[in-house]
Design a protein around this ligand. Structure first.
Ligand SMILES: Nc1ncnc2c1ncn2[C@@H]1O[C@H](COP(=O)(O)OP(=O)(O)OP(=O)(O)O)[C@@H](O)[C@H]1O
Ligand SMILES: [Mg+2]
Length: 266
C-alpha cells in the first residue's frame, strides 16, 4: 500500500491502460495507450474535475476507476482498499458505493421500462428485504429528489425532455445510495439553460447527500460550477492538477493556458 493513502477517500497510483491493437489493412497496429501513469488523491466530499481535449483519456480514466475497463497497471485505493484486487463480493459492494452517470442517458436507460419500475428494479436488486410498497415509495421520493414529479413514474425514457432524462439517470445512480458519483460529460448534450439547472441540482445533491464527485467535462465553465480541483489531461497523462481558483488565475502548463484561451478565459 502507498504511504499515507489509508485515510484518503480515493487514491490512484500509476494507472495505465492501452487498448489492444486491431489488425489493420497494413498489418498489425500498435496498441493505443489511453492512460499513462495517472496518479491523484481525492478527499471525501470534494469534487475533482477531469478536463482535456477529445481523446485525451478522460472516459478511459473514470471507467478504469470503476473497473468498467480493467487497467493494465496501477492501484485504485478506495478507502485504502485496492479495487483492482478486490474479490467479486467486495467488488459488488464497491459498485453500490460508486456510481456513474453518462453523457447520454438514453444509452443507459432501458427504453421499455417506465421510470418508476426502472427505479424499483434497481432497488430490488440492491435493497434486499424492503417491501414492494417501500420500494415504490422510495422510487417516487428519488424522482422528487432530482426535481421530477411523482407522477413521472409512469413515463418511458423517450417521454422526457433531455434535461429530465438526465435527472432520471441521476436518480437511478442515487438509488443505490452511492458515496462517489462519477459524471462523464453530464451536461454536454443539453442546452445552456438546462445545463445550469442540472449543475445546480448536482451541487445541491452533493451537499445534501455528502457525495464525492468526479466530473468529466470538455467545458471549463462547467467545471467552475462544481469542482474544487481540476486535473488537466493530455494524451493519457495528467499534465496539471491544481485548485480551480489557481488553475483559472495562474495556469502553469502551456496546454492548460491553451484550453483556457479556447473557451475565452484569460
Ligand atoms: N474501446 C476502445 N477501443 C480502442 N480504443 C479506444 C477505446 N476507447 C477509447 N479508445 C481510445 O483511447 C483514447 C482515449 O479515449 P477516451 O474515450 O478515454 O477519451 P476522452 O478524453 O473521453 O474523449 P472525449 O472527450 O471525446 O469523450 C483515444 O485515443 C481513443 O480513441
Ligand atoms: Mg469521453
Amino acid at each position: 500500500m502507498t504511504d499515507g493513502s489509508k485515510g484518503t477517500f480515493l487514491s490512484v497510483r500509476d494507472l495505465a491502460h492501452a487498448f489492444p491493437a486491431k489488425r489493420g489493412l497494413g498489418g498489425p497496429r500498435d496498441p493505443v495507450p489511453a492512460l499513462r501513469g495517472v496518479s491523484f488523491d481525492l478527499e471525501e466530499g470534494r469534487c475533482l474535475a477531469v478536463v482535456g481535449e477529445s481523446g485525451s483519456g478522460k472516459t478511459t480514466l473514470v471507467r478504469c476507476l470503476l473497473r468498467l475497463v480493467e487497467p493494465d497497471e496501477g492501484e485504485v485505493l478506495f478507502r485504502g482498499v485496492d479495487i483492482l484486487r478486490m474479490s467479486p463480493g467486495d467488488l459488488l459492494s464497491f459498485r453500490r458505493k460508486a456510481q456513474i452517470v453518462f453523457q447520454d442517458p438514453f444509452g443507459s436507460l432501458n427504453p421499455r421500462l417506465r421510470a418508476g419500475p426502472m427505479l424499483v428494479e434497481v432497488l430490488q436488486v440492491h435493497a434486499g428485504s424492503a417491501t414492494p410498497e417501500a420500494r415504490g415509495e422510495k422510487a417516487e421520493s428519488l424522482l422528487e429528489m432530482v426535481g421530477l414529479h411523482r407522477s413521472h413514474r409512469t413515463r418511458f425514457p423517450h417521454e422526457f425532455s433531455g434535461g429530465q432524462r438526465q435527472r432520471l439517470g441521476i436518480a437511478r445512480a442515487l438509488s443505490v445510495g452511492p458515496e462517489l458519483l462519477v459524471l462523464d460529460e453530464p451536461v454536454s448534450a443539453l442546452d445552456l439553460s438546462v445545463q445550469a439547472q442540472i449543475l445546480n441540482l448536482l451541487k445541491d445533491l452533493q451537499e445534501r447527500l455528502s457525495l464525492t464527485l468526479i466530473l468529466v467535462a470538455h467545458d471549463l465553465s462547467v467545471v467552475r460550477h462544481l469542482a474544487d480541483r481540476v486535473a488537466v489531461m493530455r494524451a493519457g497523462e495528467i499534465v496539471e492538477l491544481s485548485s480551480v481558483d489557481r488553475l483559472f488565475q495562474d495556469p502553469s502548463h502551456p496546454y492548460t493556458r491553451g484550453l483556457l484561451e479556447t473557451v475565452g478565459w484569460e
